[in-house]
Design a protein around this ligand. Structure first.
Ligand code: ATP
Ligand code: MG
Length: 199
């Protein structure tokens, strides 16, 4: 080995030791609450990617999109018939264009009723509440009952919530929070939104 190679091997051995020590310390087995927030692109796609990972292990998933179905998204078309997923889109059939607040609140509450049942059902291994954060921002839903249901969920159930901004009460109870930063977005360079990338 050259001196450079020896140095590299020593650095790697040290790094391995640090990682092994951390792995040895992480012994608790339980589900986690993951928040994916920020202004950049990639929050919902990350949530769907993690759900696909869980499905690969034969786990059961519950998914609620807390946005109004404007068009059929690729994720909906791909996952909707999967036997291990219960896929719900809030107020499917309505659009933002209606601007009917009463109808919006009703749709949000109906979606929450489904979410609440999932949070009480241990047969779901992973739940994704896509864009749920807007429900609190627009005051369509109260945060307290959501926090309570998340805290009382089955021990091994994993939950992922996405949205640009997160309510502080959710931030407080989360285990993992990742922020997707907006460094560049093709839209600002005049690139049109496209199937397979945007929806
Ligand atoms: P994705 O679903 O692609 O993972 P996201 O969930 O992080 O995106 P949202 O805030 O839910 O982002 O917005 C969804 C849509 O808005 C996507 O079509 C995405 O490409 C677009 N978008 C996200 N961030 C930006 C941005 N900074 N500027 C313009 N468009 C954006
Ligand atoms: Mg999203």
């Amino acid at each position: 080995m050259t001196t450079e190679e020896q140095k590299h091997a020593a650095r790697m051995a040290k790094k391995k030791q640090v990682v092994d020590e951390r792995i040895a310390k992480a012994t608790e087995e339980r589900g986690v609450l993951i928040l994916l927030r920020g202004n950049g692109k990639g929050k919902s796609s990350s949530a769907f990617g993690t759900m696909a990972r869980a499905l690969g292990h034969g786990q059961r998933a519950g998914l609620i999109q807390f946005i109004k179905g404007r068009k059929e998204t690729g994720e909906y078309l791909f996952f909707k018939d999967h036997p291990k997923i219960d896929f719900h889109v809030m107020g499917h059939g309505f659009t933002w264009e209606t601007q009917d607040k009463t109808q919006d609140i009703l749709a949000a509450q109906q979606a929450w009723e489904i979410a609440k049942k999932m949070l009480a059902d241990p047969s779901y291994d992973i739940l994704v509440f896509d864009e749920m954060s807007y429900m609190f921002r627009y005051k369509y839903l109260e945060v307290a009952p959501v926090v309570e249901a998340i805290q009382n969920r089955p021990k091994n159930q994993n939950v992922i919530i996405t949205g640009r901004t997160m309510h502080t009460q959710l931030t407080e109870i989360a285990d993992t929070i990742s922020e997707v930063g907006d460094i560049k977005h093709a839209f600002r360079q005049g690139v049109k939104a496209q199937a397979g990338i945007e929806w």
